[in-house]
Ligand binder design. Structure first.
Ligand SMILES: CC(C)(COP(=O)(O)OP(=O)(O)OC[C@H]1O[C@@H](n2cnc3c(N)ncnc32)[C@H](O)[C@@H]1OP(=O)(O)O)[C@@H](O)C(=O)NCCC(=O)NCCS
Length: 174
């Protein structure tokens, strides 16, 4: 979709306020922090991700030039490789949400995933891409399948508030 762009998240009130707004929606925070985040928490979480040295670079997703959500990536570390039963180097994990709920199911998420995947394969030497939606998040699973990811396995791990959850391990190979 040509109407979708991704650009780096900025260290600005405007970007943090959008994240704060999106983190009030249960549909959004239930896949991430399992609770609402306030402005201060948003800034603490996302400021380090706006730096050049960020371990988890974050991109704002824009639809028709308006910010609608975020997509981010990180290099999978040894602990997660063990959890996923993966061995390669240069495995990247992608996370995404469309915070504007009325913009769901318009192909925006898929388009942003395609753009970031291209970047990771071409510029970051990616060998494999991973996405880990909750097992029952059928919308996300369908969206990721559309983007060439398949379910390789399921795994249990604690979420950010310590509850054991089952996730689908979804893989995309070049
Ligand atoms: C998951 C998410 C990023 C997808 O983004 P999106 O822009 O809505 O996705 P797309 O429009 O590109 O694709 C969605 C696909 O899922 C399908 N879908 C939507 N709801 C569905 C449901 N309840 N069951 C099955 N399929 C569903 C759509 O039909 C569409 O497929 P199609 O284009 O073949 O019809 C978005 O829904 C979101 O932010 N959800 C809340 C947060 C979240 O769950 N993030 C993911 C955490 S892993």
């Amino acid at each position: 979709m040509n109407d979708v762009n991704i650009r780096l998240l900025k260290d600005t009130d405007t970007d943090y306020k959008l994240l704060e707004k999106w983190y009030q929606e249960e549909e959004i925070y239930s896949s991430f922090e399992q609770r609402k985040l306030n402005y201060k928490e948003i800034k603490e979480k996302y400021y380090p991700r706006t730096l050049k040295t960020a371990k988890i670079p974050v991109y704002m997703i824009e639809y028709q030039k308006r910010p609608v959500g975020i997509i981010q990536y990180k290099l999978v570390d040894d602990e997660d490789k063990e959890l996923y039963h993966l061995k390669d180097n240069y495995i990247y994990e992608i996370d995404v949400f469309i915070g504007e709920l009325n913009e769901h199911n318009k192909g925006i998420g898929s388009s942003a995933i395609h753009k970031l995947s291209e970047f990771l394969y071409q510029e970051k030497n990616a060998k494999l891409l991973v996405m880990c939606p909750l097992k029952n998040n059928q919308t996300a699973i369908n969206c990721y399948k559309k983007c060439g990811f398949y379910i390789k396995d399921y795994f249990n791990t604690k979420d950010t508030i310590g509850m054991i959850q089952t996730y689908a391990l979804m893989i995309n190979e070049k």
